[in-house]
Design a protein around this ligand. Structure first.
Ligand SMILES: Cc1ncc(COP(=O)(O)O)c(C=O)c1O
Length: 395
């Protein structure tokens, strides 16, 4: 008889999938829009989110230090997405006004901006989401006195649906995946229905590019925070990927010419659309169902505007099982960070790379040593509180 210790686990974690880019590229530094920071600062409740040290994660990864940008409370919402959704909405509204030969005049507060919208009502913001982006678009609509129509995939959990409805949005549940919700949202575009999507398709690229641009505020804050601590740029950033919009912002910031930082991109095994596209050498659709607990990452097709950056700038791609995300949530909790399933996925991918069977190759490929520093983006808090309590053992 085998002892309980030597017997295999009842539910072994499926092996991860890894792709090492033979020669990740760098890009000319993208000029930052000078209006962006001033825009975000005028939104209600703006404050930089914390950058916290994570010694438990550093010990687990075998590196000198880990910094976690904690996005569990961003402009009153439990995820970073409002930075991109708000900026893209603002730029789209400016373009919408211009089409009518009008312009948005200077404003100091969101109430003043909302006042300028009144002349042009009714106007509805439309978005597909697997949670955080749609809620952020709905919040922006609420601030501006606009309507919001948010389309969600059939399997979205009740807590996340409720969060969207709590913003006053109309919610439509699509009998299908996130990608089918994106297609349905695109069909709703019209003179009074402005689609604010964080992913792109042919002929619809500008707004998703503004979403990516909006994320730059995160990196500006990190620069200020690391600078104040006397720390240099991180040796590695690990970022979770759905359609790759956030990862594209990471690449534009940290793979700019002259930087030494490496980037890792992490996805769920069952929705590894970026990894599979990189392996194929072109964009591919990964068929659903996409049923990972990393709900924000359940996407079957990368965003074409993110693709040039993620496919060329990321050094290692890793697709992990849900159990890894849960392990990462527990580890971040030890460091005092409340991180949801998608929020912890960057750490999940890195844990797998640096402690799993690929570790020697991964460390060599990424140039990581015991004195390296790592940056993680915990992109959401406990957006499914029941699941969080079950996984981490507390709220
Ligand atoms: C919490 C969280 N993190 C990361 C992502 C990934 O973002 P992207 O789709 O830009 O790759 C999402 C997307 O919804 C998310 O909700």
């Amino acid at each position: 008889m085998t002892s309980p210790l030597s017997s295999p686990p009842l539910f072994p974690t499926p092996p991860s999938r890894v792709y090492f880019h033979p020669a990740p590229e760098q890009f000319p530094a993208a000029p930052q829009n000078p209006e962006l920071a001033a825009f975000h600062r005028r939104l209600p409740g703006y404050a930089p989110t914390p950058l916290v040290p994570a010694p438990a994660a550093a010990a687990a990864l075998g590196v000198r230090s880990v910094w976690v940008k904690d996005e569990s409370s961003r402009l009153g919402l439990p995820a970073y997405k409002i930075l991109g959704a708000s900026w893209a909405t603002y730029r789209a509204l400016q373009a919408h006004f211009r089409q009518q030969l009008k312009s948005i005049s200077h404003w100091h507060s969101i109430a003043e901006l909302a006042g300028q919208m009144r002349a042009d009502l009714p106007l509805t913001l439309v978005a597909a989401t697997d949670g955080n982006h749609g809620r952020a678009v709905a919040r922006m609509a609420r601030w501006l006195g606009l309507g919001a129509h948010i389309l969600v995939p059939a399997d979205m959990v009740g807590a996340r649906r409720q969060a969207v409805v709590s913003e006053g949005a109309r919610l439509t549940v699509i009998d299908g995946t996130y990608d089918e919700a994106v297609e349905a949202a695109a069909r709703l575009a019209g003179p009074r229905d402005l689609v604010i999507s964080d992913t792109a398709w042919e002929g619809y690229e500008q707004i998703p590019a503004w979403v990516i641009e909006g994320y730059a505020t995160i990196f500006q804050e990190i620069d200020d925070q690391l600078g104040a601590l006397g720390e240099g740029q991180p040796d590695l950033v690990s970022v979770q990927m759905g359609v790759g919009a956030l990862a594209s912002a990471v690449v534009q910031r940290y793979r700019a010419e002259g930087q030494h930082t490496q980037v890792v991109g992490a996805e769920p095994l069952r929705a590894a659309c970026v990894l599979q596209s990189v392996e194929a050498g072109h964009l591919v659709d990964v068929p659903g169902p996409h049923d990972s607990v990393m709900a924000g990452l359940n996407c079957g097709r990368p965003s074409p505007v993110a693709w040039p950056f993620v496919s060329r700038g990321i050094g290692a791609f890793v697709a992990v099982a849900d159990a890894r995300a849960e392990e990462a949530m527990r580890l971040l909790a030890l460091d005092g960070v409340v991180s949801g399933e998608s929020g912890a996925a960057g750490l999940a991918g890195l844990l797998d790379l640096l402690t799993g069977p690929h570790a020697p190759e991964a460390r060599a490929h990424l140039g990581l040593t015991a004195s390296s520093t790592v940056l993680l983006l915990s992109t959401e808090g406990a957006t499914d509180p029941e699941a969080y309590a079950r996984i981490v053992g507390r709220t």
